[in-house]
Design a protein around this ligand. Sequence first.
Ligand code: FE2
Length: 164
Amino acid sequence: MKTLADIFEHTLEDVYYAENAITKALPKVAKAATDAKLRQAAEDHLKETKDQIGKLEKVFKSIGKKAEGTKCDAIEGLIKEADGLMKEASGTALDAGLLAACQAVEHYEISRYGSLREWAKDLGHEEAHKLLSEILDQEKATNSKLTNLAVTAINRTTATAKAA
Ligand SMILES: [Fe+2]
């Protein structure tokens, strides 16, 4: 890799891999969550992630490339952490931990899509810029929803359970 085009394509393959890995991880999160709202959030984000994979395929097409993934070590690590939580935590600790793990994934994605959409713009890939900006906005909205869920419900439940 030498050029901005090279790193753009590489990172696109990285997020494509990551989104596909997330579609396999989210059903496990939904199943493990004990809080109904957290379960619903995981199910909603699964639908959105599938839609984002479709958008990424359009991005690949718009730059004349085949949609393919490159192993993303960052997402593998984040998913591994969540898997560990599912084995080690239970009850409200599990819910609070899983919600935090989902937010770590969102922050990762926000950083990737932020870079990608700027690179797309610099490279003159207008359609890619538009699609990647749409995904970035969705990730930011998901992160806000999760923050809201954490501060209004999950963390409180955890605090109450601890006090009881
Ligand atoms: Fe995503």
